[in-house]
Design a protein around this ligand. Structure first.
Ligand code: XLS
Ligand code: CA
Ligand code: CA
Length: 438
């Protein structure tokens, strides 16, 4: 069997003092934290599209990285070489999951029947590799945003024929996800939005998206899909307005259309920040609504206004992310590195550096989040902050044992309330720093 990354051996944990660039400094898969192995807290996944397909093309220039893997791009030989290279890559890093779009794993043909045949062929091959290596599928999805036919959306398109085509793609992508035992199935609504209200019936489009999702649930369950469906919120890009703006918007949509029992959210760091939130905010909103399913583990650049999909390097961000995940009781999905090398980092070795960076940054985040929880100062502060609701009139409010009239009488007898206790933000930020840097 051809080795694609023959210069690179298996990446091992060597500890923080190691100067070996091809080693983990913090990710020690077997280390137990809060009663669970690191690798169980951190079910890392490789995104097929960024890692095995994208070569760095942007609006101003072509590929800088060669992802041909020695084959003619767009051929089935190339599709197979990507499988071989991808599994070798994941094995060398100890990555246990992957995520894919239909057209990441095969070249799309003119005729959908031929595309589907190719999907059957390649998924047989992927399945073989999965059985040999123990690597699993985290989630699958259909790319319903690249082809020009989806310029006005998939579920939200104005064309009934395009809508049917989208349905066919979802059906097949679900079949392949089920065949590969995927934990989840993602709907990312890249083109589900609009450019101008002058030509758009928003109500109609949202209803049609919900119809497509309902049909997907019905079909998925009928063919044995027991995992979660996910919406992946994103506010904009490629469309100016996207319907799944953020976690709160997506949850409202799912509840409105009765989809909330089958769907959870796949929260991407860079999408949360594009929506004007922190990553932690969208994780918290998902978690408190029982909707935190999976995470696209990347990082944006706040100096740029778009989706840069960087490998995470901010330990502060990953600490806050892991804090939310641990508090939510873990993920039923995983941590998918929906991230790409910067365009000038164009060698195969850079692909390894990127994953080492991301995995080490999450390992540190996990270690620090566990310490923050064990430290307990933040939890105690938050509990104390709301303590006026633990007794007296506060308790009656929380127990729904009062009325507006009773509260008004209470206030009138009390006179002006004292101003509430300090939020102590700066103190709490220094607690975080002391945990991060000790
Ligand atoms: C794009 C999205 C996309 C989804 C899957 O911004 O992140 O890659 O994760 O379609
Ligand atoms: Ca994503
Ligand atoms: Ca993204």
């Amino acid at each position: 069997m051809k080795e694609y990354f023959s210069d690179i051996q298996k990446i091992n944990y060597e500890g923080a003092e190691s100067k070996n660039p091809l080693s983990f400094k913090f990710y020690d898969p077997e280390r137990v934290i809060l009663g669970k192995k690191m690798k169980e807290h951190l079910p890392f996944a490789m995104a097929w599209w960024h890692n095995l397909c994208a070569g760095g093309t942007d609006m101003f220039g072509r590929d800088t990285a060669d992802k041909s893997f020695g084959c003619e791009k767009g051929s089935m030989a190339h599709a197979r070489a990507k499988v071989d290279a991808g599994f070798e890559f994941m094995q060398k890093l100890g990555i246990e999951y992957f995520c894919f779009h239909d057209v990441d794993i095969v070249p799309e043909a003119e005729d959908i029947n031929e595309t589907n045949r190719r999907l059957d062929e390649i998924s047989d091959y992927i399945l073989e590799k999965m059985e040999q290596t123990g690597i699993k599928c985290l989630w699958g999805t259909a790319n319903m945003f690249s082809n020009p036919r989806f310029m006005n959306g998939a579920g939200s398109t104005n064309s009934a024929d395009v809508y049917c085509f989208a349905a066919a793609q979802v059906k097949k992508a679900l079949d392949i996800t089920v065949k590969l035992g995927g934990r989840g199935y993602v709907f990312w609504g890249g083109r589900e939005g609009y450019e101008t209200l002058l030509n758009t019936d928003v109500k109609f489009e949202e209803e049609n998206i919900a119809r497509l999702m309902k049909m997907a649930v019905r079909y998925g369950r009928s063919v044995g899909f027991t995992g979660d469906f996910y919406i992946e919120p994103k506010p904009k890009e490629p469309m100016k307005h996207q319907y799944d703006f953020d976690a709160a918007t997506a949850i409202g949509f799912l509840r409105k259309y009765g989809l909330d029992k089958d769907f959870k959210l796949n929260i991407e760091a860079n999408h949360a920040t594009l929506a004007g939130h922190t990553f932690q905010h969208d994780l918290r909103i998902s978690a408190i609504n029982g909707m935190l399913g999976s995470v696209d583990a990347n990082q944006g650049d706040l100096l740029l206004g778009w989706d840069t999909d960087e490998f995470p390097y901010s330990v502060y961000e990953t600490t806050m992310c892991m804090y939310e995940i641990i508090k939510a009781g873990g993920l039923t999905g995983g941590l998918n590195f929906d991230a790409k090398n910067r365009r000038p980092s164009n060698t195969p070795e850079d692909m390894f550096h990127a994953f080492i960076l991301g995995m080490d940054t999450f390992a540190l985040g996990l270690i620090k989040a566990a310490r923050l929880i064990e430290d307990g100062r933040i939890d105690r502060f938050v509990k104390e902050r709301y303590s006026s609701f633990e007794s007296g009139i506060g308790r009656k409010i929380v127990n729904d044992e009062t009325s507006l009239e009773e509260l008004a009488t209470y206030a009138e007898n009390m006179g002006a309330p004292e101003i509430p206790s300090s939020g102590r933000q700066e103190y709490l930020e220094s607690v975080v720093n002391s945990v991060l840097f000790s």
